[in-house]
Design a protein around this ligand. Structure first.
Ligand SMILES: Nc1ncnc2c1ncn2[C@@H]1O[C@H](COP(=O)(O)OP(=O)(O)O)[C@@H](O)[C@H]1O
Ligand SMILES: [Mg+2]
Length: 229
């Protein structure tokens, strides 16, 4: 089976306006196979979000090889990469990133419109994934009428509706209380049991422990990669 993620010797530098170049990721090697559930941990500034942006192809590495679902992203221009990303990845963010003036069902269906799905299929998937996160009865609400935990469930449904190979979640419980965080993690665990590959960033151990594998970053390097302990 093709690795979902294969990073080889990935480096990322940022050059500031002053012309000073800072290495943020240093020789990252990371393989993620289909069906894995990986938690990325590390202190603030260790490079977790930078790594997630690279994994999500929202940014390109300074050097190194990245195969996403077997595809070398270096061979893709920005438009083709956006297409590959839409086909492959579902994103869940700390801040939910829902459209405030659109109904819940529209929030889930709209990305499918941009992905070129037919209307009937958009509606079918929106209803299906809304049901999967247990919020069918809220289909016509606006995001602001839901709690933080409910909004994050909508964001998860939106990510699922693209039927991705991989879910990337950067601190998805960062804005939620501990009880709600547990509920969100139960959803991720259930999805992983169904076979969806998940890579999740968190700085809370009781969140991370839902994952089966732990990757720890320190100063832009992987210092641990192994079973969750
Ligand atoms: N766009 C950027 N330009 C310059 N420096 C950045 C940029 N994004 C992140 N950094 C720097 O890279 C380091 C890692 O940041 P980040 O990946 O956000 O860490 P984490 O998510 O682990 O807190 C930090 O020192 C941060 O200041
Ligand atoms: Mg971060």
């Amino acid at each position: 089976m093709t690795d979902v993620i294969a990073m080889q010797d990935i480096c990322k530098d940022y050059t500031l306006g002053s012309g000073v170049t800072t290495p943020v990721l240093k020789s990252i090697n990371l393989i993620v196979e289909p069906g894995e559930f990986v938690a990325i941990m590390g202190s603030s500034g260790s490079g977790k979000s930078t790594l997630m942006n690279l994994l999500g192809t929202l940014d390109r590495p300074t050097s190194g090889l990245y195969l996403l679902d077997g595809e070398d992203i270096n061979e893709y221009d920005d438009a083709a990469l956006a297409h590959l990303r839409n086909q492959t990845i579902g994103f869940v963010f700390q801040g939910f990133n829902l459209l405030p003036r659109r109904s819940i069902v529209d929030n889930i269906a709209l990305p499918l419109f941009y992905g070129g799905e037919e209307r009937k299929e958009r509606v079918r998937r929106a209803e299906h994934y809304l049901n999967q996160v247990g919020l069918s009865s809220h289909r016509n609400y606006l995001p602001g009428q839901l709690s933080g935990g409910q909004q994050q469930r909508i964001a998860i449904a939106r990510a699922l509706a693209g039927e991705p190979t991989l879910i990337l979640a950067d601190e998805p419980t960062g804005n939620l209380d501990s009880h709600t965080s547990k509920e969100i993690m139960e959803i991720f665990s259930a999805l992983n049991k169904e076979g969806i590959t998940i890579v999740l960033v968190t700085h809370e151990m009781d969140i991370a422990c839902c994952a089966k594998r732990l990757v720890q970053l320190k100063d832009g390097k992987i210092v641990y990669d192994g079973p969750m302990y």
